[in-house]
Design a protein around this ligand. Structure first.
Ligand SMILES: NC(=O)c1ccc[n+]([C@@H]2O[C@H](COP(=O)([O-])OP(=O)(O)OC[C@H]3O[C@@H](n4cnc5c(N)ncnc54)[C@H](OP(=O)(O)O)[C@@H]3O)[C@@H](O)[C@H]2O)c1
Length: 163
């Protein structure tokens, strides 16, 4: 599995159910990195998507503990074990963990890599990605060139799990 997230300097990812930044370049990167893949997300992240609908051209797996949960066009996992069952036959690199905080925290150490869009700013946040600069077993592999959009500087970085 791989994770993908857009974080600020404090590893913030969300506030009041929404993302922190509006960066068209990051949305395009996310679309390119996830198209055709199997996405794993928490129920709250699904609700934060436009219309609460799954992302098209991708398999959407939703983690929820709610036994009554049902949304057209998604697969549902009620535990990590159920998720493992649903993804057993998929190449690991084709499974992307797309959030939010609960699900990143649950699955980060099962991921081999993380695509982190690093925004060189801080913004009020109530949801966070695990800090991979401090997390044992993780190291930064590379960061692309800095870009600027909507007055924000950011770069596409990759972290890898080394243990
Ligand atoms: N910056 C980014 O890249 C990025 C990416 C994604 C999301 N976000 C932001 O992150 C926020 C949402 O994150 P969040 O942490 O609040 O919610 P979340 O991780 O999207 O979803 C949490 C839900 O997942 C389910 N869940 C959690 N652990 C589970 C387990 N072990 N087994 C089965 N189901 C489990 C529960 O659903 P039930 O309550 O239904 O049981 C829980 O309420 C939003 O602000 C969103 O905009 C940011």
């Amino acid at each position: 599995m791989r994770a993908i997230a857009c974080v600020d300097m404090a590893w913030g990812i969300g506030l009041k159910g929404q993302m922190l930044f509006d960066l068209p370049g990051d949305l395009a990167y996310f679309a390119r990195m996830t198209r055709g893949k199997t996405l794993v997300m928490g129920r709250k992240t699904l609700e934060s998507l436009p219309g609460g609908r799954p992302l098209k051209d991708r398999t959407n797996i939703i983690l929820t503990r709610d036994p009554g949960f049902s949304v057209p066009g998604v697969l549902v996992a009620r535990s990590v074990e159920e998720l493992e069952g649903l993804t057993a036959s998929i190449p690991p690199d084709d499974v992307m963990v797309i959030g939010g905080q609960d699900i990143y925290t649950l699955l980060i150490d099962r991921c081999d890599a993380a695509y982190i869009t690093r925004v060189y700013a801080t913004s009020p946040a109530d949801r966070f990605f695990p800090n991979l600069d401090k997390r044992p077993g993780w190291q930064i592999a590379r960061c692309g060139r800095e870009q600027e959009e909507n007055g924000l500087r950011y770069a596409f970085c990759e972290y890898e799990r080394i243990e």
